[in-house]
Design a protein around this ligand. Structure first.
Ligand code: NAD
Length: 243
């Protein structure tokens, strides 16, 4: 019954927002932070993805990013990413707001993409602030340095725990959620703030809310419909109603 309801909402919606988290890319082979395989050596992601960790141990943090970049470089978009690209073709106003940094959504051809947490294929200079694309895998010299000064460290172009989101991306995400008829929440544990506040905002602004996740999350109880399945199995089913 609930899947039939969601199919109908999707067919009738003009403004659709999809909010994704690490679970979206799990079936491409990229571990989530809080699931099996989320550990690197003995560290949890929360101990490495912080400005404090980088200030204390930049080499260690970069080793972790080297490992993640190598892992991601060997992956492809999955059937869920492809289905979102198909849905985008049929919806007048479609926005994908992602917490992911792997770039698989863009690789699948999704165009209207808001990257809340940056891009693992970017670097930012801690001294001059220059942002650059960098696809070297693995990085030969750790930590990588900027050309602006012999001691200027580059950092990964991602948002770490405790850091502010990029203002322009956040504005775009909020505006899209506020006009959404349908908000699909896929593969996020909804514990990372402020990204998770977009879900409560969607509820407040009257969007239909649907969660796609094999597990319960802290916001499952607030959603209109929870589809207990994986992104790569549920999203192609939904996309098919538009073709
Ligand atoms: P999370 O690790 O906290 O939660 C992942 C969620 O995905 C869980 O609720 C889990 O049940 C669900 N899930 C697992 N497999 C799934 C599947 N096949 N289909 C649908 N759902 C599935 O992730 P989060 O909420 O995104 O927060 C962690 C932070 O770390 C975010 O910023 C996130 O984007 C980042 N991160 C990114 C990547 C990536 O870019 N691929 C990978 C790990 C973490």
């Amino acid at each position: 019954m609930s899947l039939i309801q969601v199919r109908r909402w999707l067919r009738e919606s003009e403004h659709v927002v999809v909010l994704t988290g690490a679970g979206m890319s799990a079936e491409s082979g990229i571990p989530t932070f809080r699931g099996v395989g989320g550990l690197w050596k003995q560290f949890r992601a929360e101990e490495l993805a912080t400005p404090q960790a980088f200030a204390l141990r930049p080499n260690l943090v970069w080793e972790w990013y080297n490992w993640r970049r190598e892992l991601i470089a060997g992956t492809r978009p999955n059937a869920g990413h492809q289905a979102l690209a198909q849905i985008e073709q049929r919806i007048a106003d479609f926005t994908l707001v992602t917490q992911n940094v792997d770039g698989l959504d863009g690789q699948a051809g999704i165009r209207n993409l808001v990257r809340l947490h940056g891009d693992i294929w970017g670097t930012v200079c801690t001294r001059c602030g220059e942002r650059r694309e960098n696809r070297e895998v693995p990085l030969a010299h750790l930590p990588p340095l900027c050309h602006c000064h012999p001691e200027a460290l580059l950092r990964p172009g991602v948002v770490w725990f405790g850091e502010a989101l990029p203002a322009a991306e956040w504005e775009r995400a909020m505006a899209a959620v506020q006009r959404a008829d349908l908000l699909l929440v896929v593969g996020t544990s909804a514990v990372v703030y402020p990204a998770s506040s977009l879900i409560t905002m969607g509820i407040r602004y009257g969007a239909h809310t649907v969660e796609i996740n094999p597990q319960e999350t802290r916001l499952s109880g607030e959603m209109e419909v929870c589809l207990h399945g994986s992104a790569a199995e549920m999203l192609p089913d939904l996309a098919s109603v538009l073709f």
